[in-house]
Design a protein around this ligand. Structure first.
Ligand code: MG
Ligand code: MG
Ligand code: MG
Length: 305
């Protein structure tokens, strides 16, 4: 019976490509696996799949009774609802230790690098399995996406090394230019509804009994949001009420200026002020040098809550 490999809810490129790359590796090792996804493919990921000629993995949101591998997450809040009824065979991830429990020993590849696909690349090397050209191209793009073309503070030497090796396999010379092309696709925020934008890269976290949702949009020029801030706040407000969330935060990251405008709706705005040692004005603040949700936002919120 095939096991399933999937990434987090509202999947990003690392989650989708990671499911495909890890599944390919497992299949080469003689294990039958199927890559799946928990949600819609975002425009950046669609660009990558299209560029390298791959189909999106099948959509599957229920896994009771199934054998599964998780990639790019290990939090129940980012899992399918019936994850506790699934048998977790393994986890490949680059996030903080989550709250999932298993009944049996499992395979874990968890490392503090910038991208899950960097770890998958290391797994290919460990097992001595060759990576097909087109798959290498997709893995390279996932690394460029997660590390914001190496600008994110989460980026390590291992990520740049893996990315360069994958670029060589893929035959892509100017991988930074391809990364930029990808972020320009990502910057097209005009063809989506405000709700879709807030949810495009959105994650919920449990902190001290509170549900905190944090979204992020990475663009090459922040001015695209100038005219739509109020509508973004309205969409955030809806999500806050619907999900009974304590807070909804949205990071508008400018990858050229290398910083983020943080929009905040919170039952305790003071805690947000304390977390980042700032004073919100008009429910927002500019955070210079802040580009990473997992490294520069979540740990400081955790401390406050
Ligand atoms: Mg991810
Ligand atoms: Mg990732
Ligand atoms: Mg990201």
């Amino acid at each position: 019976m095939s096991s399933y490999i999937f990434g987090h809810t509202t999947p990003d490129s690392d989650s989708i490509v990671g499911a495909i790359s890890l599944s390919y590796l497992k299949n080469q090792l003689g294990e039958e696996t199927t890559p799946t996804r928990q949600g819609e493919v975002n425009p950046e990921t669609a660009f990558i799949l299209n560029k390298f000629g791959y189909e999106a993995p099948e959509l599957k949101t229920s896994y009771a009774g199934e054998d599964v591998y998780l990639i790019d997450f290990m939090e129940s809040s980012q899992s399918p609802e019936d994850i506790n009824e699934a048998n977790i065979l393994g986890i490949v991830d680059h996030h903080k230790l989550g709250d999932l429990k298993t009944a049996a020993p499992l395979e874990m590849w968890v490392r503090p690098v910038g991208c899950s696909n960097t770890i998958v690349k290391q797994m290919f090397d460990y097992h001595g399995i060759e990576i097909p050209k087109e798959l290498a191209g997709m893995m390279m793009c996932a690394i460029l996406s997660d590390t914001v073309i190496f600008k994110s503070p989460t980026c390590t030497k291992e990520d740049t090394k893996a990315c360069k090796e994958l670029a060589a396999i893929a035959g892509v010379e100017d991988y930074k230019a391809l990364g930029m092309e990808m972020f320009i696709v990502k910057s097209d925020v005009l063809s989506a509804t405000k709700r879709e934008l807030v949810l495009r890269d959105f994650k919920d976290f449990e902190m001290g009994g509170n549900k905190i949702g944090v979204g992020q949009l990475e663009v090459v020029d922040l001015s695209v949001f100038d005219e739509m801030k109020q509508e973004l706040f309205e969409a955030m407000s809806e999500l806050k009420a619907e999900g009974e969330r304590h807070s909804v935060l949205l990071l508008l990251t400018d990858i050229m200026q290398e910083g983020s405008q943080l929009l905040v709706l919170s039952n305790e705005a003071d805690k947000i002020n304390h977390a980042f040692e700032v004073t919100l004005e008009d429910k927002q603040v500019w955070l210079p040098k802040v580009m990473s949700r997992k490294k520069q936002i979540i740990p400081f919120l955790e401390k406050q809550f």
